[in-house]
Each structure stands twice: as C-alpha cells, then as structure tokens.
Design a protein around this ligand. Structure first.
Ligand SMILES: Cc1ncc(COP(=O)(O)O)c(C=O)c1O
Length: 444
C-alpha cells in the first residue's frame, strides 16, 4: 500500500499530476509560465496542465524585482509600502475594517491568541478535522486544546459538540472552515455570545468564502488566513488576521512586531511575525489573477458536485445553509465502499490515479496522533493542568464521528478545480467507470 499522502504532499503531487492534459482555451493560465517549464523530447516546451501550481508570469517577476531594487525588503523603518497595500486590498476584498499581514497562517493564529492573552489555564475548542497548525497555535500558547467532534455530512465542527465541550475554563472558540467551506457560524457565534467566550475563525483555507453574504473572518472577533504554498492565493508563505475591532487589530499588530507602536494594553508578550515586502509584492501580483481563478474553482466545484451526487456511494461535503460562497481550497467527499462492491478507499484512490485523477484520503486522525497525544506527557502541561487532567485529556478528546469521516474522506485539491470544465466531466466518468468495475477491482 502506498504511503498516505499528507495534505501538502498531495497538493504538490496533484499540481503536476494532470501534466499532459490540454488547457482550456479560455484559461488565463494559458498565457502564463509554469514554475518549471517542462520540455518534451524535442526540447520544446510541453503543453502544461491548468492544474500546475503556482501560476506566475512577468507580473510576478516584476513585483519581486521591484522589491529587490527598492532596497526596502521589510516593513520596518521607511519600508512596508507593499505590505500596507496588500493589507488594504485584503481588508477591502473581505469587507473587514482592519487587516494585519503576518508571515504565515500559523503566526496569524499565534498573533490572534497572543493579542487576547490566551495562556496557561485557558481551554480552546477546535475541531479534530483540521491541519495540525490549528492545534499547534494553541499549545504554543500553553493553552489546553479541547476537540469538539465534526458533522459527518459537512466535515465541519459540530455546534452541539462545541456547546458540550465548554467548561468554565473555556476562553476561546477556534472553529475551522475546513476545505474553505464555512462551518456552522450562526450556531457557534451564538454559543460564544451566550457563554461570553471569544470566537476567532481559523479561515486559513477559506479565502473569499461567505457566510450569509459576508466574507468569513469577521463573524467573531477576528479571522486568520494563510498564503502558504498550497493555498488558493500564495506567496510561498504568508498570512493575515482580519477584524472589525480596532482594539484587537492594535493588539494583533503589537504582538506581531517587537515594540509595536499601537495604543492599547500590553500583556508583555510579542514576537516577530511580520510579512516581508517580497511576500507582499508577490501576493499583490498573484491577486491580479486570483478572482478569475476563484470563479473557475467555484464553477467547476459546483458542476462536479452536481455530477458526483448522482453516484451512489459518493457524497460531496454538504455546504451549511448559511454558506452562499465556498472558498474551494479542497473538494471533499465521503466514499462508501459498501456501495462500491466493497472496494477499499485505498484501492478506489489507486484506480482513480491510474486514470490520471489524483485524489487524497486527506487527514489522518489528529486527536489520536502521536504529536497530539504527546501533550499528555508534556511536563509543562502536567505542571499547569495536573497529571490527572492530562491523563484524562486524551479520553476527553475522543471524536467518533471524525474517526469515521477520516476513514471515508476523499479529496481533490484546489488545482484540480482550475482545469477545464471537460475535466470535471472526465472525473465523473472515471468514478462511474470505477464503480462499474468495482467488484473486479476489489478482488485484484
Ligand atoms: C486549517 C489551517 N490552519 C492553519 C494553517 C496554518 O497556515 P500556515 O501553513 O500558513 O502556517 C493551515 C495551513 O497550512 C490550515 O490549513
């Protein structure tokens, strides 16, 4: 059995797996250079797939050279023009009053938690179906992560489980819009209001996703975004915090840079998590094609979903009723092997791969991973929370629905959704074909 692909290795693979597929003539990517221009046998550039990632051309080159020549490579001193321009652009696009750009999504989370002084003794509620960075931001603050199980049909955190996980020590709700699709924000925000617990959204995958007509990131105190290499808008690394709350924006700003000059109380904590001018320049250049890419992802995901829904045994992740726009970082679905003559998910994914449809089985179980379980034995945690609490902590964090979802998940990455519409039809045909041959494939 091949080693499971992590999200990042999968997205890297998925970005090149379609090589050889023709580009749709309407693709804006068609005129642009791939990261490495592949050559065919005669040495001429080979046809490139729409799914190659990242997409770049002279705009990006000029942006980087422009920063180089300016001699102002960071936001300190008289630098920072491009970082400020990107912050203004991103805040305006996401209809937020304030944006603080950061060096990554993780540091956006760290700055947000630091801004409200999350620390030892505080409990933070998160879903188990997420990238490990959500958990890491909590433990970097020496707070106690508490997992709330997910909803099987959407993969998103279950508000009922969030409510059940609240204790007097809960300081923060940290739901994740996994895959780029908004989680049940109304219900979670209501828990926060009723129990007087701060809500910060991990929107690292959810660029331009909307909840009841408002982009995600400002339904609670703030939202954190990532521009890491696999993301729909990328500078290799990068992040941002959005908020409508001036005091929180100031605190995030002061946390993300030493000697932060903004007014407001200091908790005596800060770091250097600044975005560079190179990253900001690249993000501004990347943004010039981003909206068109998002439109294509949305159209393709909607079309693909409508076709896959008709195949018994394939259940594309349900969008919550308040979601009027998904960010489509991932196309997530559940695979029911029983409806495919018992063909295991691994063999299903292998069968797709043979027909140049690269898919991933997604996350492994975070709450039971060695990295997470190690926290129970961490001497600092045992000192802060007590040995008994930490011994019970792993049991407290069991999430049976998530365990099932983990077994059934199949993903396509965002680059797949940049391919021509005809490729969506081919994917649906390939899956229908695998279903027809499932009995034979299961025996092979
Ligand atoms: C849900 C989620 N949270 C946090 C992060 C952390 O972002 P970064 O990799 O930019 O630090 C990521 C992305 O990588 C993510 O997908």
């Amino acid at each position: 059995m091949p080693a499971p692909l992590t999200r990042r290795t999968f997205l890297g693979t998925a970005a090149t797996a379609g090589a050889g597929l023709a580009l749709g003539s309407s693709s804006s990517a068609a005129a642009e250079k791939p990261a490495k221009t592949p050559k065919n046998a005669s040495g001429a550039p080979a046809a490139r797939a729409a799914s190659e990632w990242p997409v770049w051309d002279k705009r990006d080159e000029d942006a980087l050279i422009g920063v180089l020549h300016s001699g102002k490579w960071g936001r300190t001193g008289s630098g920072g023009a491009r970082v400020k321009e990107f912050e203004a652009l991103f805040a305006q696009r996401m209809r937020a009053k304030y944006c603080v750009a950061t060096s990554s999504g993780t540091t956006a989370l760290l700055s947000s938690l630091g801004a409200i002084n999350i620390g030892p003794g505080d409990e933070v509620i998160l879903p188990p179906y997420t990238f490990v960075a959500t958990f890491n931001a909590i433990t970097a603050s020496f707070a106690l992560p508490v997992f709330a199980d997910v909803l099987a049909d959407s993969f998103q955190i279950d508000p009922a489980k969030v409510a059940a996980a609240v204790t007097p020590a809960t300081r923060l709700l940290l739901p994740v819009h996994i895959g780029g699709t908004p989680c049940e924000l109304d219900a979670i925000a209501e828990i926060g209001r009723q129990r007087k617990i701060t809500l910060i959204e991990d929107a690292c995958q959810a660029l331009t996703a909307e909840w009841r007509g408002q982009p995600v990131g400002t339904q609670g105190l703030g939202g954190c975004f990532s521009f890491q290499a696999s993301k729909n808008l990328t500078a290799g690394e990068g992040g941002a915090v959005l908020t409508n709350d001036e005091a929180f924006a100031n605190q995030v700003y002061n946390f993300h840079t030493p000697g932060g000059p903004k007014p407001g109380p200091s908790w005596g904590r800060a770091a250097n998590y600044r975005l560079t001018e190179f990253q900001a320049g690249l993000l501004l250049a990347q943004y010039t094609r981003f909206e068109e890419q998002q439109t294509r992802r949305t159209e393709n995901a909607t079309y693909l979903s409508s076709m896959l829904q008709k195949i018994p045994g394939i259940a594309p992740a349900k969008l919550a009723s308040g979601c009027n726009r998904a960010g489509w970082h991932l196309f997530m679905m559940r695979y029911d092997a029983r409806q495919f003559a018992g063909l295991s998910r691994e063999k299903f994914i292998q069968a797709l791969s043979k027909e140049r449809v690269s898919a991933s089985s997604g996350y492994t179980t975070l709450n039971n991973s060695p990295h997470v379980k190690a926290l129970a034995a961490n001497p600092h945690y045992q000192r802060i929370y007590g040995k008994d609490t930490m011994a019970r902590w792993v049991d407290r964090n069991q999430c049976p629905v998530n365990d099932r979802v983990i077994q059934e998940a199949v993903w396509f990455g965002q680059t797949k959704l940049l391919e021509p519409r005809s490729e969506m039809e081919r994917i649906a045909e390939v899956i229908a074909g695998v279903k027809k041959r499932a009995g034979d494939l299961a025996k092979a």
